[in-house]
Ligand binder design. Structure first.
Ligand code: AMP
Length: 221
């Protein structure tokens, strides 16, 4: 690893493995893991005004309004630990978010350096989301078949109970995938145009195999 600053975006459909790869990248490259989904779930759990407003939208698998998430990310990127690089997971998800992010980073003179698209076929996404489990304590993600915890129902890291996200049910999953195709997939072309997009094919691969490919990209220029 060298001293190059890494301002990284993970792009990919729900279930592509962004959260899993983000945990590894954040640990391997000492980058703050900025997940808008995690921040919104925390706001829902705390019952904040933003959480209460976001809850129904998230449950339906739709997107929280751009101005809300853009504000959250702007504040987070201004914090001290994000000045030497960051890892965005689940943001941007719309063209407006991508353009706002570019504008705020341009103000600071720190561009996005890597956009990593994790590409997984749709059938596999549905299967992965159905088996996904999250730790109620530290937020670590698991899969009952592909990435199981050592002790069923308990987190390997902190021992807290595992749960299934309420938006990982089939109807909401279908909607989340449609929303991804319509609103987020256009970002692939946007970042290709900026020459920062690199694609990792994640279909049929275990997290370690995907991470090895991700590392190659992050070790490159
Ligand atoms: P995730 O954990 O990334 O799958 O996000 C869970 C849910 O949070 C999404 O289905 C959206 O409802 C909401 N969400 C997360 N990130 C964003 C974003 N960048 N823009 C709008 N909504 C978001």
């Amino acid at each position: 690893m060298n001293e190059t600053q890494r301002n990284v975006i993970l792009l990919g459909a729900p279930g592509a493995g962004k959260g899993t790869q983000a945990e590894r990248i954040a640990a391997g490259y000492t980058l703050p893991h900025i997940s808008t989904g995690e921040m919104l779930r925390a706001a829902v759990a705390e019952g904040t005004e933003m959480g209460l407003a976001a809850q129904k939208v998230m449950q339906a698998g739709a997107l929280v309004p751009d101005e809300v998430v853009i504000g959250v990310v702007r504040d987070r990127l201004a914090q001290a630990d994000a000045q030497k690089g960051f890892l965005l997971d689940g943001f941007p998800r719309t063209m407006e978010q991508a353009e706002s992010l570019d504008a705020m980073l341009a103000e600071d003179g720190r561009p996005v350096t890597h956009v990593i698209l994790i590409d997984v076929p749709e059938d596999e996404l549905v299967e992965r989301l159905a088996g996904r489990r999250m730790c109620a304590g530290c937020g670590k993600g698991y899969h009952v078949v592909f990435d199981p915890p050592q002790n069923e129902d308990a987190c390997d890291v902190c021992g807290a109970e595992l749960y299934q996200r309420s938006d990982d049910n089939e109807a909401t999953v279908r909607n989340r995938l449609e929303v991804y195709r319509a609103q987020t997939e256009p970002l692939v072309g946007y970042y290709e145009g900026h020459d920062v997009l690199r694609t990792v094919y994640g279909g049929g691969k275990m997290p370690d195999e995907v991470y090895a490919l991700v590392e190659q990209l992050l070790e490159g220029d």
